[in-house]
Design a protein around this ligand. Structure first.
Ligand SMILES: [Zn+2]
Length: 223
């Protein structure tokens, strides 16, 4: 009878081994204040949810509007557009970007929820874009995880599109915010055949907007 070589046994063991899901603890424990703050936050969430349950909106029908926006807590699309739960299908990611998962979500919104308008909503003073500008000007000056690098690679085209070197910091950031909304609209069209086809058939309207943090106004931009 043939024997299995130790090399094959090792390979098999590696293939069957559970993936390493987390690095070991660093040994530096969070100070007690952090635990207190976490407990207080959980209480805020639970109490807030109890209040919400008293006037929950039970809406039939589907949202016909969807939005891609930044994760920034100052820009909740429901509040910005004065809409209620059930009226808007929201997809948020830091820096108003789309990746494959968000594109799949938007395709679901268009195909199954019947969304007729897709808003790509950027906002002024976006921290994600400030970080990306910093990375552009001083590459790898700060350590970034693989995930942060992935986000950064999605934001860099928006920065490269602004060639005017005479712009001062704030004006440059405003220009990059604008360029990022346009870039995300372009990525949606280029990377989702489903949404591209629906737009070509006028079944969905893709629009860009910039939320101004100082006034609360959404400025519509064309492309
Ligand atoms: Zn932002």
């Amino acid at each position: 009878m043939r024997t299995i070589s130790p090399r094959w046994i090792l390979l098999l063991a590696l293939l069957l081994a559970p993936p390493v899901v987390a690095a070991e603890r660093t040994g530096v424990l969070a100070p007690p204040d952090v635990k207190k703050e976490q407990d207080a936050i959980m209480k805020t969430l639970t109490d807030g949810n109890k209040k919400h349950m008293h006037h929950v909106v039970r809406k039939d029908g589907l949202a016909h509007i969807m939005v891609v926006s930044c994760a920034d807590s100052r820009v909740p699309p429901e509040t910005v557009f004065n809409l209620k739960p059930g009226e808007i299908f929201v997809n948020r990611a830091f820096g108003t970007i789309v990746d494959k998962s968000i594109l799949a979500s938007l395709e679901y919104g268009a195909e199954h929820l019947g969304c007729k308008v897709l808003v790509v909503l950027g906002h002024t003073n976006c921290s994600a874009l400030k970080e990306a500008i910093e990375e552009h000007d001083h590459p790898r000056a700060i350590w970034r995880s693989i995930n942060q690098q992935d986000l950064d690679s999605r934001l860099q085209p928006s920065i490269n599109a602004i060639l005017d070197k005479s712009l001062l910091n704030e004006a440059r950031l405003d220009a990059v915010v604008r360029s990022n909304v346009l870039n995300t609209m372009k990525t949606i069209r280029e990377q989702s055949l489903v949404l591209w086809n629906l737009e070509q058939d006028d079944m969905i309207k893709v629009v860009g907007g910039i939320y101004h943090l100082d006034t609360g106004k959404v400025e519509w931009i064309k492309q």
